[in-house]
Ligand binder design. Structure first.
Ligand code: PGA
Length: 241
């Protein structure tokens, strides 16, 4: 594991941006899997600016970690988030863009469709945000480490975080998600977990000072040979040293 400590959210965003720009320059046909939420918003918008300033993504494939079960264009959806913070902003598009369909009626078929896409596109970088309870994607505490692309029920703390992030009423907040499992997350060449803010401090402490346990899903990333963990001062505030 490579631990990168930064001062704050803006420095975290700068680290993430550098990682992406270096990766795309080094390998123009990179496959990059993003996540959504407060954590990646800054880097997606910064990446859009780099692309508009000439970073060539024409051979890249972009995909996503997960998607809510709900309305495709709901304010909470991954589809809406990626369009708002990246795709609608860029003049030049990647070669391919893949996301899961929030409205898929036949979820099994949708999972199979996405599974085939992932098989065809091994990821160079998988970006992850950290749940306050230690989740990654919708792999909530207790999810077995052999999980593979599935539809997951969100924990109460996750539902609450989604509700607050998008300013939703409880009844309109999605409670299920399509998500990569640990299997697909760990398949990426490089896995990057980013955490900013005091709300992540407990989970960060458990990852860095505890063992690998299904109760703290992100702890499993310590088994990955190329795991980069970026934390800011607030997220690191409960660490012993
Ligand atoms: P956040 O969410 O980036 O909005 O903090 C992370 C997560 O819950 O996976």
């Amino acid at each position: 594991m490579k631990l990168i400590k930064v001062k704050n959210y803006d420095e975290m965003t700068a680290e993430l941006l550098k990682l992406y720009v270096d990766q795309i320059r080094r390998k123009p046909d990179s496959v990059l899997s993003f996540t959504t939420g407060g954590t990646p918003r800054g880097v997606l918008e910064a990446l859009a600016e780099e692309i508009n300033d000439g970073l060539d993504i024409s051979q890249c494939v972009f995909c996503n970690l997960d998607e809510y079960v709900g309305k495709k264009n709901g304010v909470y959806s991954v589809f809406h988030f990626m369009n708002t913070h990246l795709y609608d902003r860029i003049k030049q598009k990647p070669k391919e863009i893949h996301m899961m369909n929030a409205e898929a009626v036949d979820q099994k078929t949708e999972l199979e469709r996405y599974r085939r896409i992932l098989e065809q596109h091994p990821r160079d970088i998988q970006l992850l945000g950290l749940g306050t309870n230690g989740h990654i994607g919708a792999n909530e505490p207790g999810t077995p480490f052999d999980s593979s692309l599935f539809v997951a029920e969100s924990c109460d703390s996750t539902i609450q975080a989604t509700k607050e992030l998008f300013d939703l009423r409880l009844e309109e907040t999605p409670t299920w998600m399509f998500t990569m499992g640990f299997k697909e997350i760990m398949e990426a060449d490089c896995v990057v977990l980013a955490a900013s803010g005091t709300s992540k401090a407990t989970a960060v402490k458990k990852i860095l000072e505890g063992g690998i346990t299904e109760e703290v899903p992100a702890s499993y990333l310590k088994n990955h040979p190329n795991f980069i963990f970026i934390i800011d001062e607030d997220a690191a505030s409960l660490l012993s040293e």
